[in-house]
Design a protein around this ligand. Structure first.
Ligand SMILES: [Zn+2]
Ligand SMILES: [Zn+2]
Ligand SMILES: [Zn+2]
Length: 138
């Protein structure tokens, strides 16, 4: 997958932003702030990294996923995501109990569920837990 274009997403391209974007693009799974801290210490401190992820999220470049371990992770959005006015995700995620990786299951779309009257939602999450395809290989 080609890295999303920051300018197209309405963000100024800076070396730190570009590095973080490339890092996310090199992984086919969602990454936690601690992953970035470990591997990208030269791109900024924890607060800077978090601010960058937040600006990516606001611009529709990444989306947030909370795994069953309660850790917040970020995954790159599909390019189509940035066309939507409201940043809302309707695909499922998979949490592997063996390698601990959290991956997007873009092909699994969540069913549309009507909420009771008076409720409005801006996020919905479906996280499967088990063994991922990489760990299942003999
Ligand atoms: Zn998105
Ligand atoms: Zn796995
Ligand atoms: Zn996802």
């Amino acid at each position: 997958m080609a890295a999303p274009n920051l300018n197209k997403a309405g963000l100024r391209s800076t070396p730190a932003r570009q590095r973080i974007l490339e890092y996310l693009n090199q992984h086919d799974r969602a990454l936690a702030l601690t992953d970035l801290e470990r591997d990208l210490s030269d791109a900024g401190d924890r607060a800077t990294l978090y601010r960058t992820l937040k600006s990516f999220e606001d611009a529709g470049v990444v989306h947030k996923v909370v795994g069953l371990d309660g850790v917040i992770r970020f995954a790159l959005c599909e390019s189509a995501c940035r066309l939507h006015h409201a940043h809302f995700h309707t695909h499922a995620h998979f949490s592997c109990q063996n390698c601990g990786h959290l991956t997007c299951l873009q092909e699994i779309e969540l069913p549309r569920i009507e909420l009771p009257e008076g409720y409005t939602t801006d996020d919905v999450q479906l996280v499967f837990s088990g063994t991922c395809q990489h760990c299942a290989k003999p």
